[in-house]
Design a protein around this ligand. Structure first.
Ligand SMILES: [Mg+2]
Length: 170
């Protein structure tokens, strides 16, 4: 089973507040609304290297959903990626304090091992996924939204996939 690398946009690829070095400003228009995002063009290469080294599949887990393929991926050198649908009105309101995306991630991943990069994953999400029937092994990588994704986070993911034996890289 190929592991998944689940990627958030806001607070991860697009840090909140004053952007760290290496980020550039870009304008986006989503459903008629204008946004400014700050992206680091090196992130694409780093994520592709991680995916290649571990045999994992990169997948969006962001409220940007399909828009991430139009406005984010091309600017950092990522190809079009599959999308976890997180905005659907069918997702029930949380009873245990987990984030709104977490049930959607559980359903999408199933038994596949996954690493999830997000600035809003907490102990409640960890707990939800641990007890949820049908979810395999996973690692939640909490990203500080002020700094966004760092090589430290990518290294943590690589290490976990490699040490657990989920890596399918050479
Ligand atoms: Mg976020």
């Amino acid at each position: 089973m190929r592991p998944l690398l689940l990627l958030d946009v806001d607070g991860v690829l697009n840090p909140i507040g004053r952007p760290p070095p290496g980020h550039r400003r870009y304008r986006c228009v989503v459903d008629g609304e204008a946004y400014v995002v700050r992206l680091n063009p090196r992130h694409g290469r780093q994520l592709l290297d991680l995916a290649e080294a571990t045999g994992a599949e990169l997948v969006w887990a962001t409220t940007w959903e399909e828009h991430a393929n139009d406005w984010i991926a091309p600017r950092i050198g990522l190809p079009s990626l599959p999308v976890v649908t997180v905005n659907a009105a069918t997702v029930p309101v949380s009873e245990h304090g987990e984030m709104f995306k977490t049930p959607a991630v559980a359903a999408y991943a199933g038994r596949r091992p996954f690493v999830w990069f997000d600035d809003q994953v907490w102990a409640e999400d960890e707990e939800y996924l641990r007890v949820h029937q049908g979810v395999g092994d996973f690692l939640l990588v909490h990203v500080d939204p002020a700094h966004g994704l760092t090589s430290g986070h990518l290294g943590t993911a690589w290490e976990w996939l490699t040490l657990t034996g989920f890596s399918q890289g050479s």
